[in-house]
Write a protein that binds this ligand. Structure first.
Ligand code: GDP
Length: 502
């Protein structure tokens, strides 16, 4: 039959995201009414009871519309995936290694697995952008044996000659001339967050892929990140065997992955109650049941966490759900977060969450972001196969996330032009800054928008119907409704290797 054109597809995607925003907004306001006026409580409960099935029905209708192009889109997804895989393969496996240009990736951060792997992937972005073979022994302070878990980066370039200390550091001179150095081998060193103002920073997309990706995917930037991330994380056989074994018989579809990040993260990100995760899980299953009226649905959750109590808490408070969990991983995660010995557990958890039909987590966590990235290898649009209950997606060192304003917005309750003084010096500066941003969310103060304005969006300011950031025209900051803006896709000048054009 006749297929939808680009505009029609965008209408369908927008409709889906509008429904999600309506739901988030209604829920947010009703909870406030419930808390503030006890007399209104019965009415609030009645409203929620009537609203939720209606919302599920509407979501289900839109899902059915998306289904109409699924097969056709699947073909294009396959083609895009294969094209990218071929480009990576050619870049990483030159016929003659001795004459190929190389980029050595030197990661020396002491952080968790998700953080470390995100650093390595930065190198792959730059490698592909500059046509250099990415090399690394994948050995770092936190995880010295990373080369034993993933397949080698290259089949033809096995060792880098010379001494790492002598390689010149790669720098991006400017956007027009991305190749900074002619040295046969350069290095990219990452200790904390590299300042990655390169045209190949994440949150950009190869220019030639944009028209196709825009047609079939709600978030081309995320898709591109996911392709590179999953290349780096191709498991060695022992690891895929270990994941298969860990999966066991209880892991069956439909299943929703839930990642609850607590323990040491509590200073870095705000505490999110179990109920916040479960509300999102329950929404997803409501829609699923609406779309599969003849199925007896077992509401399964694959739970991954570094908090040993959550599994049993959920079993008690949510008896209708079946909790699947690799329990010992939570114990190890708590004790061994920053040593190689917790690695197998986090890998099992991450890969299994990425296999779930839907994912609920916090994008303040590298682990949550990794899961959504790894979901991007399916042959359908997985941009909304994950929901975050705190920050929106980000990639440290990314190109800024920019929004283009589609409709004017009057700020009901404008944010003051200056930030309030930071709270007392009892926390590190970054924690205080985050608290300040989260305070804006709580206050709900807004920023004025005019059609055509561009906004630097801040990931911390996200409650699933309002986003926040700074309006570049006015310099003012605050929240604004998501439906009045669209994400700007930033094209990047990745070279198109011969015979790999789309
Ligand atoms: P972030 O700190 O949440 O941004 O993520 P990182 O990956 O940088 O560090 C978190 C570390 O905590 C991981 O490397 C794991 O060792 C551990 N961890 C966190 N969540 C889980 C989980 O769900 N399962 C397991 N096995 N480990 C976890």
């Amino acid at each position: 039959g006749e297929s939808f054109d680009l505009q029609e597809r965008q209408h369908i995607r927008n409709a889906m995201s509008d429904v999600e925003q309506i739901q988030a907004m209604v829920r947010h306001q009703l909870i406030k009414i419930y808390q503030e006026s006890p007399k209104a409580q019965p009415l609030v409960i009645k409203m929620i009871k009537q609203f939720l099935p209606l919302k599920s029905a509407l979501t289900a209708e839109i899902e059915e519309l998306k289904e109409l192009t699924k097969q056709e889109d699947g073909e294009l997804f396959k083609k895009l995936r294969k094209t990218v895989a071929r480009r990576i393969d050619l870049n990483q496996n030159p016929a003659k290694c001795s004459t190929a240009k190389k980029l050595y990736c030197n990661v020396q951060s002491a952080c968790g697995f998700g953080c470390i792997i995100h650093h390595y992937t930065i190198c792959l972005f730059i490698s592909l952008g500059t046509g250099r073979v990415m090399m690394s022994n994948m050995s770092n302070l936190a995880y010295p044996n990373m080369d034993k878990i993933f397949l080698p980066l290259s089949r033809t370039c096995l060792t880098a000659e010379g001494n790492v200390d002598d390689y010149p550091e790669w720098e991006s001179p400017n956007d027009e001339h991305p190749s900074s150095s002619d040295a046969p081998i350069v290095k990219v060193s990452i200790v904390y967050h590299r300042d990655r103002k390169t045209p190949f920073a994440p949150w950009t997309v190869p220019k030639d892929l944009i028209p196709s990706l825009e047609r079939i995917h709600g978030n081309p930037m995320l898709w591109w990140i996911g392709q590179l991330q999953s290349y780096l994380m191709r498991p060695q056989k022992w690891l895929s065997d270990s994941i298969k074994e860990a999966k066991g018989e209880e892991f069956q579809h439909p299943i929703v992955g839930v990642h609850v990040r607590r323990s040491d993260k509590i200073s870095e990100a705000s505490y999110m109650a179990n109920d916040a995760y479960m509300t999102a899980v329950s929404d997803w299953y409501d829609t699923y049941e609406m779309r599969h009226p003849n199925e007896t649905v077992v509401r399964r959750i694959f739970l991954a966490t570094d908090d040993i109590l959550i599994g049993s808490q959920l079993k008690i408070t949510y008896p209708k759900y079946r909790i699947v969990q690799i329990q010992k991983n939570a114990v190890v995660a708590l004790a061994k977060r920053f040593s190689g010995s917790g690695l197998e557990g986090i890998l099992q958890d991450v890969f299994l969450m990425a296999e779930c039909d839907y994912f609920v987590g916090t994008m303040s966590s590298n682990v949550g972001r990794l899961v959504h990235e790894l979901m991007q290898t399916r042959d359908y649009d997985t941009s909304n196969a994950a929901i975050t209950i705190d920050h929106s997606f980000r990639y440290y060192g990314q190109f800024p996330e920019r929004h283009l304003v589609l409709n004017d917005h009057h700020a009901e309750n404008p944010c003051p032009p200056e930030f309030e003084p930071l709270p007392p010096n009892q926390f590190p500066k970054y924690v205080r800054e985050r608290l300040q941003l989260e305070n804006i969310l709580k206050q709900g103060c807004e920023v004025e928008l005019r059609k055509g304005d561009i906004i630097d969006a801040w990931p911390e300011l996200n409650n699933n119907y309002m986003r926040g950031g700074v309006n570049i025209r006015s310099g003012r900051w605050g929240l604004y409704p998501k439906f009045k803006v669209k994400q700007i896709i930033e094209p990047a000048p990745y070279p198109v290797i011969e015979n790999t054009s789309l």
